[in-house]
Design a binder for this molecule. Structure first.
Ligand code: F6R
Length: 608
């Protein structure tokens, strides 16, 4: 999520906004900017890269005023650059925006027809143009913003200043957080409490559809029906460190809990309003992956596990033979790849050296290259033919969580799309899978609410020296991901096996010192997994399971059973992994480990 701060009051706005943006920098951003109302005009400065670049620029070419807005951008539409940085200024207005405008292509085309010229590639800029058009008709600041927002579809936290109203800010929210705050003769609008904690502790949280008019002494809020409303004001006691994590003890826990929202963001505008049509970027469509004779996926670590699950999706829905390789192996394996093949590189950071080397190899082989990536315009997307961006926002915890689930959702959506295009996926099954995807955020919330007992189970597992994780089909890569999370965070050895393979060797390990974590929700292989577990039980093994709600048989032989709600098999991996992330998190935390920055690990592995 990008960072927003707006200020109107008795002081100079620029130093307050600069300090606030500095407080938001910890989350990562690619550009920044500030605009103020100055002498009846808007003055704006923006810079690509670090905040210091903006500060240097403003020192050379200062602006001043007591009403202003600032933004740190994490690119979603349009590459990181100065022209795409916020604020976006047009006519009498400057705006900053977090979120995604779904109908921006259409609105942009309509505005162009009416003679508008754009200076950026962003979805945000169209809002500034729409506001100016409405202002030309109504000549009223808040009315112009309200009318413009009636035309857009999507999510936004929006903060606007107007050259004709130098002591006013208009702020509006829909599905992206926006917080208002009041001090003595000054008011603030911000995406994060952290940005303004130095000035006030009284915060008002806007609700979806709200629009507010801020002046130095007053905040007036109107709901979606334009009725004046009072939203409760909360006094926040957090210190800055706690506020950065929004009250969570660790970034990792925050990132685990925000997965339902991130999945909503990944899907936004990609499943259309009729709830059955899929809309991917033109660049992805133009690759015509549906004609590929095979799909080759490469990735590392957690992203590799996403690829392993995706193999099932591509083969089941699109009936395209799919191979998945670890990038560091693939690059030296003299692989067989041709221009008829599709090549998919999965990478959260877009900078992983081994994965990038494989992309270059695929380029030489002439394959069509699609990246699944979280960081706009990073190295791997730039080297690929098209990119499916996962929209997970910056991931700060070193151990990957929300990046993984948004990768899975992206790959699943792509597989359904290919299945439809190739007519290998019957329409009723496509609808069922899309329904499962649309309801996934709710199912994830439900699953997270069922995870209350995980700390209790974690307590019992603190002294184990080794763990065995079991799963079948799509849930075997999830077992691998659970084992990886445990190793990374707790420094305890863990190994994942396909449940049916256990009897071919690992069963020799089973005794009461080896906890067995099994993923066994109701699905086509449930009975088989149950039989494997009977073998574990018969040898005195300790079973901790993930099961469907209402399960009896596996739960009865488990020391602890964590449940997921009843759901389509397709999305079970996305629910089961939540329990495994939390289990690793709680064990590590109880052991006193640094959960956000485990030893020896780096967030982005840019060396071989
Ligand atoms: C595990 C983890 C790593 C990364 C791997 C690939 O929690 O974060 O295993 O998944 O280093 O990184 P990306 O996806 O950035 O290519």
């Amino acid at each position: 999520m990008c960072g927003i701060i707006g200020y109107t009051g008795y002081r100079e706005a620029v130093p307050i906004i600069q300090t606030g943006l500095g407080r938001l920098a910890y989350r990562g951003y690619d550009s920044a900017g500030i605009a103020v109302c100055a002498n009846g005009e808007i003055a704006c400065r923006r810079a690509h890269g670090k905040l210091e670049n903006l500060i240097d620029k403003m020192a050379r070419d200062p602006i001043a005023g007591s009403t202003g807005i600032g933004h740190t951008r994490w690119a979603t539409h349009g590459r990181p650059s100065e022209s795409n940085a916020h604020p976006h200024c047009y006519g009498r207005f400057a705006i900053v925006h977090n979120g995604i405008i779904e109908n921006f292509m259409q609105l942009r085309a309509e505005l162009k027809e009416r003679g508008h010229v754009f200076s950026s590639e962003t979805d945000t800029e169209i809002i500034a143009h729409l506001i100016q058009e409405e202002y030309d008709k109504k000549r009223d600041f808040i009315t112009a913003v309200r009318c413009a927002l009636h035309l857009v579809r999507g999510s936004y936290a929006l903060v606007v200043i107007c050259a004709d109203a130098p002591e006013q800010i208009v702020a509006a929210r829909n599905q992206s957080p926006l917080i208002l705050a009041k001090g003595e003769n000054e008011t603030f609008a911000t995406s994060d409490i952290t940005a303004v904690l130095a000035y006030t502790r009284q915060f008002t949280f806007l609700e979806d559809g709200d629009i507010a008019l801020l002046t130095p002494n007053e905040i007036a809020i109107y709901d979606a029906h334009n009725r004046p409303v009072q939203r409760p004001t909360k006094t926040v006691q957090w210190d800055v460190a706690a506020a950065e994590k929004q009250g969570y003890p660790h970034y990792m826990l925050k990132e685990i809990e925000e997965q339902p929202q991130k999945i909503t963001d990944t899907l936004r505008g990609r499943i259309l309003e009729d709830e059955v049509s899929i809309n991917l970027d033109d660049a992805i469509d133009e690759l015509h992956l549906e004609n590929a004779s095979s799909i080759q996926i490469v990735a590392c670590g957690t992203s590799y596990h996403a690829g392993l699950v995706a193999k099932f999706y591509f083969e089941k829905f699109a009936r395209i033979p799919t191979r998945v390789d670890v990038a560091s192996e693939y690059r030296y394996a003299d692989p067989i790849l041709s221009p008829c093949d599709a090549f998919i590189a999965i990478s959260q950071s877009g900078e992983t050296a081994d994965t990038y080397a494989c992309v270059k190899l695929a380029r030489r082989a002439g394959a069509k290259i699609l990246a699944i990536c979280n960081v706009i315009d990073s190295t791997i997307p730039r080297a690929s033919d098209a990119t499916f961006y996962t929209r997970a926002d910056p991931e700060i915890g070193v151990a990957s969580t929300k990046a993984f689930t948004t990768q899975l959702v992206s790959l699943l959506l792509l597989a359904i799309h290919l299945g439809r295009t190739r007519a290998t996926l019957p329409e009723d099954e496509a609808r069922r899978a899309l329904h499962a995807l649309r309801t996934l955020p709710k199912l994830m919330e439900d699953t997270l609410a069922r995870a209350q007992d995980i700390p209790k189970a974690a307590q019992k597992l603190l002294r184990a020296n080794s763990f065995l994780y079991l799963g079948r089909n799509t849930l075997y890569p999830i077992a691998s991901e659970g084992a990886l999370k445990l190793k990374e965070l707790t420094y305890i050895h863990a190994e994942a096996y396909p449940a049916g393979e256990m009897k071919h060797g690992p069963i020799a390990l089973i005794d009461d010192r080896l906890p067995v974590i099994v993923i066994a929700p109701q699905n086509a292989t449930y009975e088989k997994t149950l039989s494997n577990l009977q073998e574990v039980k018969a040898r005195g093994g300790r079973i901790f399971s993930i099961v469907s709600q209402g399960d009896d048989a596996v739960a009865r032989i488990s020391e602890h059973a964590f449940t997921i709600p009843t759901c389509d098999e397709t999305v079970q991996p996305l629910l089961c992994v939540l329990h495994l992330q939390l289990l690793a998190y709680h064990i590590a935390n109880m052991l006193g480990n640094d959960v956000d920055q485990p030893r020896n690990l780096a967030k982005s592995v840019t060396v071989e």
